[in-house]
Write a protein of this length. Structure first.
Length: 164
């Protein structure tokens, strides 16, 4: 019975180990670090919200294998990113290059914040102007009554007094 449980445990564990990711041999730690950096900076085309290092999609596994091959050949990081971008498009990069065709992508958040600040500022100015122009004007009789109420030591007779 213990052998069956142990065998089931190993079978389940092998599925988890397979899902954890591929292992690639490297000649040195610098190449391993380059590989890890590059696979974190490339987005999975299928998952779109995961790097190829974290994705379990078959396309991500293919991309990791290609990055590994290029790192082993001594290709520069820029050349590897250019190769992946040319094959999968600019979307595959988490940080696309700042160039004419990606200006909107880079500056849209700033544009949205500036437009929001301008809109809020205009609303505040408009509400202050309308509050000043729509303020009620007191007649002379009301103004005199208000002066009497403010100067009086006792509460006015036409309003209910509060007793503690």
């Amino acid at each position: 019975m213990m052998r069956v449980i142990g065998l089931l445990f190993l079978i389940l564990l092998s599925g988890v180990a397979h899902a954890a990711g591929d292992t690639y041999p490297f000649d040195n730690d610098a190449d391993r670090n380059r590989f890890e950096t590059l696979t974190q900076e490339l987005r999975c085309p299928k998952c779109q919200n995961q790097s190829i290092a974290d994705s379990h999609a078959p396309i991500a596994a293919d991309m990791r294998a290609e990055v590994h091959r290029l790192v082993q050949q001594g290709v520069s990081n820029d050349a590897i990113m250019a190769a992946m971008t040319s094959r999968f498009g600019e979307f595959v990069r988490y940080r696309p290059e700042l160039e004419k065709r990606t200006l909107l992508l880079w500056f849209t958040p700033l544009i949205v914040v500036v437009v929001g600040i301008v809109a809020v500022t205009l609303l505040v100015i408009r509400s202050r102007r309308s509050a000043r122009t729509n303020a009620p004007v007191l007649s002379e009789a009301d103004r005199a009554r208000l002066e009497r109420l403010l100067d009086a030591d006792e509460p006015p007779h036409d309003t209910p007094s509060q007793h503690s």
